[in-house]
Design a protein around this ligand. Structure first.
Ligand SMILES: C[S@@+](CC[C@H](N)C(=O)[O-])C[C@H]1O[C@@H](n2cnc3c(N)ncnc32)[C@H](O)[C@@H]1O
Length: 209
């Protein structure tokens, strides 16, 4: 499968543009919900060598396991610049690199676990990205995602399909992705899917390479 270079450049440009205001835009929802969901995800993560993809401004950093070596990557240099500031403020040593999850610069089976939060809504080819995670994480290693997905409810699902082009333009994120199905399409072993909201729109997806 080839990378869609045009869509990938557009995604990068969108997040470069949003980098300075991203934390402000998300502040309310971060405080109300995201923070506790992040904490829940990271309490599940095991292993020494951990990859975070789509690190953004570094909102997961306060939850990194203290004993782990974390490498964190993002497509957008400007998001990474914010993440670098966050790591400095927290006094953390994080290996931060510009990288596309659709083409990861790591050897096969070289990591114990990979994590992504609210990332596969914006990756141009999510199945390709998930296959890359399956390649770089050792067999039996974890791939844990926190993602918003298309609603199960047929009417709400249709509304999300209808609003999607606008949301992609404004936020850079697709709101109608079927990420659980994409995890399966990428050949990962699904271990557990937790609904974090009654609508089923936000899911904690635990899988293995
Ligand atoms: C909605 S933000 C989420 C940021 C962060 N994970 C969080 O939870 O706040 C999505 C992030 O994924 C990054 N991203 C999108 N496509 C990517 C790709 N193909 N490879 C790596 N990072 C990507 C974006 O640059 C952006 O920083």
């Amino acid at each position: 499968m080839a990378i869609d270079i045009r869509q990938t450049a557009l995604t990068r440009a969108r997040y470069d543009r949003l980098a300075r205001v991203y934390d402000l835009m998300e502040a309310l929802i971060e405080g109300f919900n995201f923070r506790r969901w992040r904490e829940r995800l990271w309490s599940r993560v095991r292993g020494e060598h951990i990859l975070e993809v789509g690190v953004g401004t570094g909102k997961n950093m306060p939850f990194y396991p203290p004993e782990a070596q974390v490498t964190a990557v993002d497509l957008s240099k400007k998001m990474l610049a914010q993440a670098r500031k966050q790591a400095q403020q927290l006094g953390l040593e994080v290996d931060l690199r510009t990288m596309d999850v659709q083409h990861l610069d790591f050897p096969d089976d070289s990591l114990d676990a990979a994590v992504a939060t609210f990332v596969f809504c914006s990756v141009p080819d999510p199945v390709l990205g998930l296959k890359e995670l399956a390649r770089v994480v050792r067999p039996g290693g974890q791939i844990i995602l926190l993602e918003h997905v298309r609603a199960r409810h047929p009417i709400l699902g249709r509304i999300m399909d209808w609003l999607n082009p606008l949301m992609v333009r404004v936020m850079g994120a697709n709101i109608n992705r079927r990420t659980v199905e994409n995890v399966q399409k990428a050949g990962l072993s699904l271990r557990k899917v937790e609904d974090l909201t009654s609508s089923g729109i936000v899911k904690l997806i635990v899988s293995e390479a």
